[in-house]
Design a binder for this molecule. Sequence first.
Ligand code: GLN
Length: 313
Amino acid sequence: MPNQPDGTEIQSVLDDIAIRMAGEADRGEVASYIPELARVPLNRFGIAVAPLHGEPIIAGDAEMPFSIQSISKVFALVVALGHVGASLWRRVGREPSGDPFNSIVQLEFERGKPRNPFINPGAIVVSDVILEHQSDEADPHPVLDLCQRLADAPDITVDEDVFASEVATGDRNRALAYFMLAEGNIRGDATKVTERYFRQCSIEMSCRQLAAATRFLATGGEGADADIAGVTPERVRRLNALMMTCGCYDASGEVAFRIGLPCKSGVGGGLVAIVPGVGSIVAWSPGLDKKGNSVLALKAIEDLAHRLGWSVF
Ligand code: GLN
Protein backbone atom coordinates (compact mmCIF):
# COMPACT_ATOMS: atom_id res chain seq x y z
CA MET A 1 0.00 0.00 0.00
CA PRO A 2 1.54 3.37 -0.97
CA ASN A 3 2.47 5.89 1.71
CA GLN A 4 -0.43 8.10 2.98
CA PRO A 5 1.10 11.51 3.84
CA ASP A 6 -1.15 14.21 5.32
CA GLY A 7 -2.33 17.27 3.38
CA THR A 8 0.24 19.62 4.95
CA GLU A 9 3.12 17.40 3.92
CA ILE A 10 1.76 17.11 0.35
CA GLN A 11 1.27 20.89 0.16
CA SER A 12 4.84 21.65 1.19
CA VAL A 13 6.28 19.19 -1.36
CA LEU A 14 4.04 20.64 -4.12
CA ASP A 15 5.10 24.21 -3.25
CA ASP A 16 8.74 23.20 -3.37
CA ILE A 17 8.31 21.43 -6.72
CA ALA A 18 6.50 24.44 -8.23
CA ILE A 19 9.37 26.75 -7.17
CA ARG A 20 11.98 24.41 -8.61
CA MET A 21 10.10 23.92 -11.89
CA ALA A 22 9.87 27.70 -12.33
CA GLY A 23 13.67 27.74 -12.45
CA GLU A 24 14.07 24.87 -14.95
CA ALA A 25 15.74 25.91 -18.19
CA ASP A 26 15.03 22.76 -20.22
CA ARG A 27 11.27 22.95 -20.73
CA GLY A 28 10.84 21.09 -24.07
CA GLU A 29 8.86 22.50 -26.98
CA VAL A 30 5.19 23.41 -27.25
CA ALA A 31 3.27 21.25 -29.76
CA SER A 32 3.14 23.18 -33.01
CA TYR A 33 1.46 20.66 -35.31
CA ILE A 34 -1.82 21.90 -33.80
CA PRO A 35 -1.10 25.63 -34.31
CA GLU A 36 -3.43 26.86 -31.58
CA LEU A 37 -1.52 24.84 -28.94
CA ALA A 38 1.70 26.66 -29.88
CA ARG A 39 0.24 29.89 -28.45
CA VAL A 40 0.47 28.66 -24.84
CA PRO A 41 3.43 30.26 -22.97
CA LEU A 42 6.23 27.82 -22.22
CA ASN A 43 6.76 29.14 -18.71
CA ARG A 44 3.52 27.72 -17.30
CA PHE A 45 3.61 24.97 -14.67
CA GLY A 46 0.86 23.67 -12.42
CA ILE A 47 0.41 20.65 -10.16
CA ALA A 48 -2.49 19.21 -8.15
CA VAL A 49 -3.08 16.18 -5.95
CA ALA A 50 -6.66 15.05 -5.34
CA PRO A 51 -6.72 12.80 -2.28
CA LEU A 52 -9.55 10.25 -2.07
CA HIS A 53 -11.65 12.73 -0.09
CA GLY A 54 -11.70 16.48 0.16
CA GLU A 55 -10.38 19.34 -1.93
CA PRO A 56 -7.40 18.96 -4.27
CA ILE A 57 -4.09 20.33 -2.96
CA ILE A 58 -2.50 22.61 -5.57
CA ALA A 59 0.57 24.68 -6.48
CA GLY A 60 1.72 26.88 -9.39
CA ASP A 61 -0.68 27.44 -12.32
CA ALA A 62 -3.02 24.68 -11.15
CA GLU A 63 -6.19 26.71 -11.76
CA MET A 64 -5.30 27.61 -15.34
CA PRO A 65 -7.28 25.66 -17.97
CA PHE A 66 -5.27 23.81 -20.62
CA SER A 67 -6.12 21.52 -23.52
CA ILE A 68 -6.45 17.98 -22.15
CA GLN A 69 -5.81 16.39 -25.58
CA SER A 70 -5.07 12.66 -25.27
CA ILE A 71 -6.03 12.58 -21.59
CA SER A 72 -9.60 12.71 -22.93
CA LYS A 73 -9.01 9.16 -24.22
CA VAL A 74 -9.42 7.83 -20.66
CA PHE A 75 -12.84 9.48 -20.24
CA ALA A 76 -13.92 8.43 -23.74
CA LEU A 77 -12.97 4.83 -22.98
CA VAL A 78 -15.14 4.92 -19.84
CA VAL A 79 -18.10 6.14 -21.93
CA ALA A 80 -17.58 3.52 -24.68
CA LEU A 81 -17.15 0.65 -22.20
CA GLY A 82 -20.36 1.80 -20.56
CA HIS A 83 -22.09 1.30 -23.93
CA VAL A 84 -20.59 -1.92 -25.27
CA GLY A 85 -18.62 -3.48 -22.39
CA ALA A 86 -15.91 -6.01 -23.16
CA SER A 87 -17.05 -6.39 -26.78
CA LEU A 88 -15.03 -3.22 -27.42
CA TRP A 89 -11.89 -5.37 -27.33
CA ARG A 90 -12.93 -7.04 -30.58
CA ARG A 91 -12.24 -3.70 -32.29
CA VAL A 92 -9.36 -2.29 -30.20
CA GLY A 93 -6.38 -4.13 -28.69
CA ARG A 94 -4.75 -3.86 -25.28
CA GLU A 95 -1.05 -3.94 -26.13
CA PRO A 96 1.44 -1.09 -26.08
CA SER A 97 2.20 -0.01 -29.64
CA GLY A 98 5.85 1.05 -29.35
CA ASP A 99 5.04 3.55 -32.11
CA PRO A 100 4.10 7.24 -32.00
CA PHE A 101 0.49 8.01 -31.08
CA ASN A 102 -0.46 8.98 -34.64
CA SER A 103 1.46 6.25 -36.46
CA ILE A 104 -0.28 4.54 -39.36
CA VAL A 105 2.23 1.76 -40.11
CA GLN A 106 1.06 -0.83 -37.55
CA LEU A 107 -2.55 -0.32 -38.52
CA GLU A 108 -1.95 -1.71 -41.99
CA PHE A 109 -0.12 -4.80 -40.74
CA GLU A 110 -2.88 -5.43 -38.20
CA ARG A 111 -5.81 -4.96 -40.60
CA GLY A 112 -7.26 -1.82 -39.09
CA LYS A 113 -7.38 -2.97 -35.45
CA PRO A 114 -5.53 -0.39 -33.33
CA ARG A 115 -3.15 -1.69 -30.69
CA ASN A 116 -4.83 0.12 -27.79
CA PRO A 117 -7.43 2.81 -26.98
CA PHE A 118 -4.81 5.43 -25.97
CA ILE A 119 -3.21 5.92 -29.37
CA ASN A 120 -5.09 8.02 -31.93
CA PRO A 121 -6.57 5.21 -34.06
CA GLY A 122 -7.79 3.43 -30.91
CA ALA A 123 -9.43 6.60 -29.65
CA ILE A 124 -11.01 7.18 -33.07
CA VAL A 125 -12.67 3.72 -32.89
CA VAL A 126 -13.82 4.61 -29.36
CA SER A 127 -15.34 7.83 -30.77
CA ASP A 128 -17.11 5.79 -33.43
CA VAL A 129 -18.63 3.56 -30.72
CA ILE A 130 -19.78 6.60 -28.74
CA LEU A 131 -21.31 8.28 -31.79
CA GLU A 132 -23.10 5.05 -32.72
CA HIS A 133 -24.75 4.99 -29.29
CA GLN A 134 -25.76 8.59 -29.20
CA SER A 135 -29.46 8.92 -29.91
CA ASP A 136 -29.21 12.48 -31.13
CA GLU A 137 -26.05 13.88 -32.72
CA ALA A 138 -26.91 17.29 -31.33
CA ASP A 139 -26.73 15.98 -27.75
CA PRO A 140 -24.01 17.47 -25.58
CA HIS A 141 -20.74 15.63 -26.03
CA PRO A 142 -20.88 12.66 -23.60
CA VAL A 143 -17.13 12.92 -22.88
CA LEU A 144 -17.47 16.59 -21.94
CA ASP A 145 -20.51 15.71 -19.86
CA LEU A 146 -18.53 13.01 -18.01
CA CYS A 147 -15.62 15.42 -17.32
CA GLN A 148 -18.05 17.99 -15.92
CA ARG A 149 -19.75 15.44 -13.68
CA LEU A 150 -16.53 13.85 -12.40
CA ALA A 151 -14.92 17.22 -11.65
CA ASP A 152 -18.23 18.63 -10.37
CA ALA A 153 -17.56 21.62 -12.64
CA PRO A 154 -20.37 22.36 -15.14
CA ASP A 155 -18.32 25.25 -16.55
CA ILE A 156 -15.73 22.95 -18.20
CA THR A 157 -15.90 23.62 -21.97
CA VAL A 158 -14.36 22.84 -25.32
CA ASP A 159 -11.82 25.42 -26.56
CA GLU A 160 -13.37 26.22 -29.93
CA ASP A 161 -10.12 27.71 -31.29
CA VAL A 162 -8.17 24.54 -30.52
CA PHE A 163 -11.01 22.50 -32.03
CA ALA A 164 -10.96 24.55 -35.25
CA SER A 165 -7.17 24.24 -35.36
CA GLU A 166 -7.38 20.44 -35.04
CA VAL A 167 -10.03 20.18 -37.75
CA ALA A 168 -7.91 22.37 -40.04
CA THR A 169 -4.73 20.35 -39.55
CA GLY A 170 -6.11 16.88 -38.80
CA ASP A 171 -5.42 15.09 -42.09
CA ARG A 172 -3.34 12.42 -40.45
CA ASN A 173 -6.15 11.53 -38.04
CA ARG A 174 -8.65 11.54 -40.93
CA ALA A 175 -6.27 9.20 -42.80
CA LEU A 176 -6.30 6.83 -39.81
CA ALA A 177 -10.11 6.96 -39.68
CA TYR A 178 -10.54 6.36 -43.43
CA PHE A 179 -8.07 3.49 -43.35
CA MET A 180 -10.06 1.84 -40.57
CA LEU A 181 -13.28 2.54 -42.48
CA ALA A 182 -11.81 0.65 -45.44
CA GLU A 183 -11.00 -2.24 -43.08
CA GLY A 184 -14.54 -2.23 -41.64
CA ASN A 185 -13.51 -1.01 -38.16
CA ILE A 186 -15.24 2.38 -38.45
CA ARG A 187 -19.00 2.12 -38.87
CA GLY A 188 -20.14 5.71 -38.93
CA ASP A 189 -19.23 8.69 -41.09
CA ALA A 190 -15.42 8.87 -40.79
CA THR A 191 -15.30 12.67 -41.00
CA LYS A 192 -17.94 13.07 -38.27
CA VAL A 193 -16.15 10.51 -36.12
CA THR A 194 -12.85 12.43 -36.31
CA GLU A 195 -14.65 15.68 -35.51
CA ARG A 196 -16.04 14.05 -32.39
CA TYR A 197 -12.54 12.93 -31.52
CA PHE A 198 -11.11 16.45 -32.09
CA ARG A 199 -13.86 17.87 -29.89
CA GLN A 200 -13.00 15.64 -26.93
CA CYS A 201 -9.26 16.46 -27.34
CA SER A 202 -10.12 20.18 -27.25
CA ILE A 203 -11.75 20.04 -23.79
CA GLU A 204 -10.05 22.51 -21.44
CA MET A 205 -9.50 21.72 -17.78
CA SER A 206 -7.20 22.89 -15.02
CA CYS A 207 -4.89 20.62 -13.00
CA ARG A 208 -7.30 20.97 -10.08
CA GLN A 209 -10.33 19.92 -12.17
CA LEU A 210 -8.50 17.08 -13.88
CA ALA A 211 -7.20 15.72 -10.57
CA ALA A 212 -10.76 15.73 -9.19
CA ALA A 213 -12.07 14.11 -12.38
CA THR A 214 -9.54 11.25 -12.35
CA ARG A 215 -9.82 10.51 -8.64
CA PHE A 216 -12.24 7.63 -9.37
CA LEU A 217 -9.26 5.73 -10.79
CA ALA A 218 -7.60 5.82 -7.36
CA THR A 219 -10.72 4.90 -5.36
CA GLY A 220 -11.34 1.73 -7.34
CA GLY A 221 -14.47 3.33 -8.77
CA GLU A 222 -16.15 3.57 -5.40
CA GLY A 223 -17.68 6.53 -3.63
CA ALA A 224 -19.03 9.65 -5.26
CA ASP A 225 -18.50 8.30 -8.74
CA ALA A 226 -20.34 5.02 -8.34
CA ASP A 227 -23.24 6.23 -10.45
CA ILE A 228 -21.12 6.55 -13.57
CA ALA A 229 -22.21 3.94 -16.07
CA GLY A 230 -19.63 1.28 -16.59
CA VAL A 231 -17.30 2.14 -13.74
CA THR A 232 -16.89 -1.06 -11.77
CA PRO A 233 -13.89 -1.86 -9.54
CA GLU A 234 -12.69 -4.43 -12.08
CA ARG A 235 -12.94 -1.95 -14.93
CA VAL A 236 -11.05 0.67 -12.93
CA ARG A 237 -8.22 -1.81 -12.30
CA ARG A 238 -8.06 -2.44 -16.01
CA LEU A 239 -8.10 1.25 -16.92
CA ASN A 240 -5.10 1.63 -14.61
CA ALA A 241 -3.36 -1.33 -16.28
CA LEU A 242 -3.87 0.25 -19.70
CA MET A 243 -2.57 3.59 -18.44
CA MET A 244 0.52 1.90 -17.07
CA THR A 245 1.27 -0.01 -20.27
CA CYS A 246 0.00 2.38 -22.97
CA GLY A 247 -0.73 5.79 -21.37
CA CYS A 248 2.37 7.64 -22.60
CA TYR A 249 2.54 6.18 -26.14
CA ASP A 250 5.98 4.84 -27.09
CA ALA A 251 7.45 6.17 -23.83
CA SER A 252 5.12 4.12 -21.60
CA GLY A 253 7.90 1.72 -20.53
CA GLU A 254 10.23 4.59 -19.70
CA VAL A 255 7.49 6.39 -17.73
CA ALA A 256 6.68 3.20 -15.78
CA PHE A 257 10.39 2.85 -15.02
CA ARG A 258 10.78 6.46 -13.87
CA ILE A 259 7.46 7.03 -12.10
CA GLY A 260 6.04 3.60 -11.31
CA LEU A 261 2.42 4.74 -11.47
CA PRO A 262 -0.33 4.41 -14.12
CA CYS A 263 -0.10 7.62 -16.18
CA LYS A 264 -1.83 9.31 -19.11
CA SER A 265 -0.38 12.22 -21.02
CA GLY A 266 -1.61 14.65 -23.67
CA VAL A 267 0.13 16.98 -26.14
CA GLY A 268 -1.39 19.96 -24.32
CA GLY A 269 1.30 19.18 -21.71
CA GLY A 270 -0.90 17.54 -19.08
CA LEU A 271 0.05 14.35 -17.25
CA VAL A 272 -2.21 12.34 -14.92
CA ALA A 273 -0.76 9.76 -12.52
CA ILE A 274 -2.82 7.50 -10.30
CA VAL A 275 -1.76 6.40 -6.82
CA PRO A 276 -4.22 3.57 -6.08
CA GLY A 277 -5.86 3.96 -2.68
CA VAL A 278 -4.27 7.41 -2.19
CA GLY A 279 -5.36 9.82 -4.94
CA SER A 280 -4.74 11.31 -8.33
CA ILE A 281 -1.88 13.61 -9.39
CA VAL A 282 -2.00 16.02 -12.34
CA ALA A 283 0.94 18.12 -13.52
CA TRP A 284 0.92 20.46 -16.49
CA SER A 285 3.54 22.32 -18.45
CA PRO A 286 3.13 22.83 -22.20
CA GLY A 287 6.69 22.04 -23.32
CA LEU A 288 6.98 18.50 -24.70
CA ASP A 289 9.75 16.00 -25.34
CA LYS A 290 10.17 14.24 -28.70
CA LYS A 291 7.55 11.62 -27.85
CA GLY A 292 4.88 14.17 -27.01
CA ASN A 293 5.05 14.01 -23.21
CA SER A 294 5.49 17.11 -21.05
CA VAL A 295 9.11 17.47 -19.92
CA LEU A 296 8.34 19.24 -16.64
CA ALA A 297 5.17 17.32 -15.81
CA LEU A 298 7.13 14.07 -16.01
CA LYS A 299 9.96 15.51 -13.95
CA ALA A 300 7.60 16.93 -11.32
CA ILE A 301 5.55 13.75 -10.88
CA GLU A 302 8.70 11.64 -10.79
CA ASP A 303 10.05 13.85 -8.02
CA LEU A 304 6.76 13.92 -6.10
CA ALA A 305 6.32 10.14 -6.31
CA HIS A 306 9.86 9.52 -5.07
CA ARG A 307 9.63 12.01 -2.24
CA LEU A 308 6.32 10.68 -0.98
CA GLY A 309 7.12 7.01 -1.60
CA TRP A 310 4.32 6.56 -4.14
CA SER A 311 4.63 3.61 -6.50
CA VAL A 312 2.56 0.56 -7.35
CA PHE A 313 5.69 -1.59 -7.24
N1 GLN B 1 -5.51 15.83 -30.70
C1 GLN B 1 -4.19 15.25 -30.71
C2 GLN B 1 -4.01 14.48 -32.00
O1 GLN B 1 -4.95 13.90 -32.44
C3 GLN B 1 -4.04 14.36 -29.51
C4 GLN B 1 -2.70 13.70 -29.46
C5 GLN B 1 -2.11 13.57 -28.10
O2 GLN B 1 -2.43 14.25 -27.13
N2 GLN B 1 -1.13 12.72 -28.03
O3 GLN B 1 -2.96 14.45 -32.59
